[in-house]
Design a protein around this ligand. Sequence first.
Ligand SMILES: Nc1ncnc2c1ncn2[C@@H]1O[C@H](COP(=O)(O)OP(=O)(O)OP(=O)(O)O)[C@@H](O)[C@H]1O
Ligand SMILES: [Mg+2]
Length: 381
Amino acid sequence: MPAQIRLLIIEDVPQVAQYIRQLLDPQAQIKLIDVLADGTHALAEAERLRPDVVMVDMLLQGKVKGPALIDEFRGSSLGVPIVALTVPQHPVIRSPERGIHQVLSMPFSGFDLINVVQAAFALRAEARGEIQTRMVAVYAPKGGVGKTTIAFNLAVAIARRGPRTALVDGCLQFGDLRSLLKVPLDAPSIVDLPTDRVASADLTDVLWRDPSGIDILLAPPRVEMAEMVMTRDVDKAMAMLRQAYRVVVVDLPTTISDVSLAFLDASDTILSIVTYDSTTLRNTAAVAEAFRTIGYPDDKIRYVVNRADSAGGLPVDQLESAIGRKPDFGIISDGRLVVASNNDGVPFVLTSPDSQVSKDVDAIASALLTDQRSLAVVGHG
Ligand SMILES: Nc1ncnc2c1ncn2[C@@H]1O[C@H](COP(=O)(O)OP(=O)(O)OP(=O)(O)O)[C@@H](O)[C@H]1O
Ligand SMILES: [Mg+2]
């Protein structure tokens, strides 16, 4: 997995090239290695520069026009994914077999541009037998701060953006997802995963398919069954989920045990939920210290302030000094919508996508999907 996706553009309109440069300038995920204004030597240049993704303007003028250039690339041994750039008057259909792996239509935002380039890149990784997965643990050292609510809605928000997403109830003793989603008591759980020789087929039988579009690995139906789950079961389950899902979100309990540490270790990102509450802040600071001692890099942890608009009298800077930096995300308080959605067992990101609380959760989904840092690449099993 390169730190940056190296992009080569073949574009003869200087204004468009300049616009793309401007969009890519403030970010580090994509590196623009060159813009060629002429298609004639584009393939030779690509062979020399070895880009990860090539963008071709379909309306490219000159001796070699856009579609002809894409044919050249498709016929070559480079195997580089192509993004076709077009305008609404000339619709282009995405067609990997014709060498058009993604389409970007003007006008587009920086977000669209990055998304499309990353999607094209992911396609190549997949073709090479690698898949990119992201495991996100939702954690807080204090109960009732919104972990389950956020984990569920975040997983659905991510799935809505395309990637296949699984949600894991990591609260093995008192898992909330069963009751939240009104899952029957006999629905299988993590303890039903065969531990000796697990195959992906077994995984399919054990996951709960929620109508919200995500698949869920439930906690055991009875409290005492939690003890049956060992750290190596967690490692196995996570490795298997990584093979089958692009994103895995885990709802964790407040207590740090061997098992919850196994989940945290396996995660690429820990979303630490904080609220304006002095106990939460104190515990969060203590846990941040513990994470540092364990050796988690600082950028593995992202802070989400839940009910960010209700400071409850606590000075805002107290939160920043407790976590030692500015929080990464905020979610506003919306008691009416959140409580009603939880009671119905439906995600508010689907039922009320335009509400602020849904937009706040979706912003986290979007940031996680465009963030190339701490992204694991695993071989396809
Ligand atoms: N942004 C929000 N606005 C309004 N209410 C919220 C918000 N986030 C969570 N809540 C409410 O707070 C309560 C606790 O949420 P939730 O069960 O998700 O927390 P938790 O951290 O998973 O709790 P536990 O520690 O018991 O697992 C719920 O009643 C939920 O509806
Ligand atoms: Mg919970």
